[in-house]
Write a protein that binds this ligand. Structure first.
Ligand code: FES
Length: 107
């Protein structure tokens, strides 16, 4: 099966997303959880937890992980891997590129 090439989409300025905080961003109908690690690294993963339909945006940043507010599943924001159950399916990670005041996500 051929995979679709990635397309970059501007998600607007996210400079104001402070370390440890998360924000919901929608791109082409895809919900993203955009956040910033304490070291300043910006990341984007699927908005919805893979355990149940709960937004990770209402969760917490801890180290390199985001924790779901519902049942505590944890995901590595650099790989999407599950690092804490009950979720068993990884989230997708999306590459971000910052250019001046603009930020782009590849979907
Ligand atoms: S909905 Fe996220 S851990 Fe259950």
């Amino acid at each position: 099966m051929e995979s679709k090439p990635l397309t970059e989409h501007e998600i607007g300025p996210v400079d104001d997303v402070k370390p440890g905080f998360l924000r919901q961003v929608s791109v082409d109908g895809v919900g993203l959880c955009v956040g910033r690690l304490m070291d300043g690294t910006l990341f984007a993963v699927d908005e919805m937890c893979t355990h149940e339909e709960v937004s990770l945006v209402d969760g917490y940043v801890d180290g390199d992980e985001v924790e779901c507010p519902a049942h505590g599943s944890r995901f590595d924001v650099r790989t999407g891997a599950v690092t804490g159950e009950p979720a068993r399916v990884p989230v997708r990670c999306f590459a971000l590129r910052v250019e001046g005041e603009k930020t782009f996500v590849a979907l």
